[in-house]
Design a protein around this ligand. Structure first.
Ligand SMILES: Cc1cc2nc3c(=O)[nH]c(=O)nc-3n(C[C@H](O)[C@H](O)[C@H](O)COP(=O)(O)OP(=O)(O)OC[C@H]3O[C@@H](n4cnc5c(N)ncnc54)[C@H](O)[C@@H]3O)c2cc1C
Length: 340
């Protein structure tokens, strides 16, 4: 949080606190951590959260603990489930009223939809899918960095003439800050001047889908690439993941070939992950894959090619055929858990 004294003209750094069914999305806390780092570079600035939903005030104290000094809350039955119109109108009205300098939103399905709407409504720029946020030391404005040209170049984008300066960041790209259990803040409740009859979309009923794979927040990932050779090989990887209490990840060719669903894809056009252990089997280590997993604590690479680039970032490597190595790993992990 900024150490400077707040004044009425203090620049506001806003974070959208995303929630679904009353459950806050952890990317909100990652963004509050980033907002606090930005605040130290912007004299007098203040970090604030924006929360919309129905009966969601219970989330507010958490936002204080992760660094929000103030939370703007619009709590209305109309906002029970995410719909673009009421969320877009609600947040845009807050932006117009309070004029934040910077506005950060998670690059989740909901956040991507909302951020574009807000930027359009308030006529400002939006840098999507940033990997780094900083304050430009000379101009004292947001310097939002994101990959470009297929991930081979990084572009830093400044929004000089319009406010707020908006950016989205994917879950897990930024580190999770430590919460401050004693932290407190100010709650401002704001109205929403809309009725159900104004809504072009209504939820008639909820048809639960299959449970979403939460690969971004998994501690252990066993990932396979083109070297796995086909969908059957992923049953083997799944067996190792189960034995370790982890989940299965994959490189893009696996998803393109239809061997696994897109939820499993790690990398620039997939998910960003930060597990404690990432086992990369039959993955060469292309830059577009590595950007999605290089925040891992410990990478174990298994590859038949000793010159595969993945070995350059791996903490440990096994040169060998994954069809020899993985069954042996399964045997050893199962043996270890049986106390052998
Ligand atoms: C705009 C853009 C976005 C992209 N986004 C992504 C993304 O999000 N995620 C992503 O992963 N890629 C992405 N890519 C693709 C990326 O450039 C690579 O093509 C891809 O990551 C390669 O996948 P791979 O390592 O599985 O396959 P390969 O590069 O073909 O590597 C296969 C590896 O398996 C090894 N191997 C083969 N058989 C065995 C065996 N039996 N045992 C052990 N090792 C074996 C080989 O030695 C080789 O190193 C993107 C590309 C572009 C242009």
């Amino acid at each position: 949080m900024s150490e400077h004294v707040e004044t009425p003209s203090s620049p506001r750094i806003w974070v959208f606190i995303e929630q679904e069914e009353g459950k806050p999305h952890p990317v909100s806390w990652e963004l509050l951590g980033a907002a606090q780092r930005l605040a130290t570079e912007l004299p007098g600035s203040v970090v604030e959260g924006v929360l919309l939903g129905h009966d969601v005030a219970g989330i507010v104290p958490l936002a204080y603990r992760y660094g929000a000094r103030r939370v703007y809350l619009i709590d209305a039955p109309l906002l029970e489930v995410y719909r673009n119109l009421p969320y877009g109108v609600g947040v845009s009205n807050l932006v117009t009223k309070y004029q934040p300098e910077i506005f950060l939103v998670g690059a989740t399905t909901l956040g991507r939809d909302l951020a574009g709407t807000i930027a359009t409504r308030v006529r400002t720029g939006l840098t999507a899918d940033c990997t780094e946020l900083a304050i430009d030391p000379k101009q004292k404005i947001l310097a939002a960095t994101r990959p470009t040209f297929g991930g081979n170049l990084m572009a830093t984008i400044l929004c000089r003439k319009h406010r707020p300066q908006m950016a989205t960041v994917r879950p897990r790209v930024l580190p999770m800050p430590e919460p401050l259990p004693e932290a407190d803040g100010e709650l401002l409740r704001e109205p929403l001047d809309l009725n159900e009859s104004d809504m072009p979309v209504r939820r008639l009923r909820l048809i639960p889908g299959k449970e979403k794979l939460n690969i971004e927040y998994a501690d252990i990932i066993v990932a396979g690439g083109r070297g796995v050779g086909g969908p059957k090989g992923f049953t083997l990887l799944g067996e190792l993941a189960d034995a370790l209490g982890g989940v299965v990840g994959a490189s893009r060719p696996v998803i393109d070939a239809g061997w696994l669903g897109h939820d499993h894809q790690v990398g620039q056009t997939g998910k960003t992950v930060r597990p404690k252990l990432y086992i990369a089997a039959g993955i060469s280590g292309a830059v577009q894959h590595v950007v999605g997993m290089n925040g891992t604590d410990f990478i174990l690479a298994i590859n038949t090619d000793p010159h595969a680039p993945i070995f350059q970032i791996a903490n440990a490597g096994i040169v060998g055929d994954l069809y020899d190595v993985i069954p042996e790993l399964i045997r050893q992990v199962k043996g270890a858990s049986n106390g052998q």
